[in-house]
Write a protein that binds this ligand. Structure first.
Ligand SMILES: C[S@@+](CC[C@H](N)C(=O)[O-])C[C@H]1O[C@@H](n2cnc3c(N)ncnc32)[C@H](O)[C@@H]1O
Length: 244
């Protein structure tokens, strides 16, 4: 059994096991717990990535592949997406989903750690992540690695939970996020790791949207733009790798 305190240290093997324990119900719980908003958040992240139709895109921490699938919808036959994740169960389910939807030609999924991506420098026009970077043990190293494999002039895109801006809405939302969501998550997932208690804890321990922008800038990304969705429940950051 791994405690919440241990999980919050984000040691890779603990994070892998926790996500492995919820992989089979991950999509269902995303839909239920986000009231189906999650799909529109990923779609919007793709929109603001400013991707060209022939782009090569990397979706790190891809989970069951939903952001990769959202990118594939705006690409032509030359465009390709790779989804990477270090959780075997997630990658297996992503692969099955792609086969079922006849998307295996357009999207490949591989097992890889975001901190050590098996790609050469400057390989992708966009490297993106949805709800993943918060779980990476070293945020700065994760952003730096995403930036390394992104081509000069390309974008690093981060979709992540954030704090709502309106105080009244924030109080209501936090009651749901901290008290109700973990119980529903536990009931449905039966995760021994309490993955859905880790979710609010990890969000509250993560830098706020300005802190994340500062991290991206200090990693060398330029012109970092911030887009709030659903009253600030999530924020999308888009930074550009300098051309130099
Ligand atoms: C909350 S899920 C997000 C999945 C997906 N991107 C989505 O939009 O639903 C986080 C994923 O990040 C993966 N992950 C966390 N740390 C990782 C790391 N260091 N390297 C690769 N994958 C990682 C987990 O295995 C998990 O599948």
């Amino acid at each position: 059994m791994i405690t919440q305190t241990e999980l919050l240290t984000k040691k890779g093997v603990h994070i892998q096991r926790m996500f492995g324990s919820i992989a089979r119900v991950y999509d269902l719980l995303n839909t239920i717990l986000s009231f189906n908003f999650d799909k529109s958040w990923r779609k919007f992240a793709v929109k603001v990535s400013n991707v060209t139709p022939d782009a090569q895109v990397l979706d790190v921490c891809t989970g069951t592949g939903d952001l990769a699938i959202a990118y594939s919808k705006v690409l032509n036959d030359s465009g390709k997406v790779i989804g990477s994740d270090f959780c075997h169960e997630m990658v297996r389910l992503a692969d099955l989903k792609l086969k079922k939807r006849n998307l295996s030609d357009k999207i490949k999924v591989i097992e890889a750690d975001t901190l050590h991506l098996p790609f050469q420098d400057n390989s992708f026009q966009v490297s993106a992540v949805a709800f993943g970077i918060r779980n990476v043990s070293d945020l700065r190293a994760g952003i730096t690695e995403m930036m390394r494999i992104t081509a000069p002039g390309g974008r690093v895109v981060i979709l992540e939970f954030s704090q709502p801006t309106n105080p009244v809405f924030k109080a209501i939302y936090y009651f749901y996020f901290k008290k109700i969501l973990p119980s529903i998550g536990k009931l449905i997932s039966r995760s021994e790791y309490n993955a859905y208690s880790y979710l609010p804890s990890s969000v509250l321990n993560f830098p706020d949207r300005y802190g994340l922008r500062a991290q991206m800038e200090s990693s060398g990304l330029e012109d970092v733009k911030i887009y709030l969705r659903t009253l600030g429940i999530v924020t999308i950051h888009v930074g550009t790798k300098p051309c130099k």
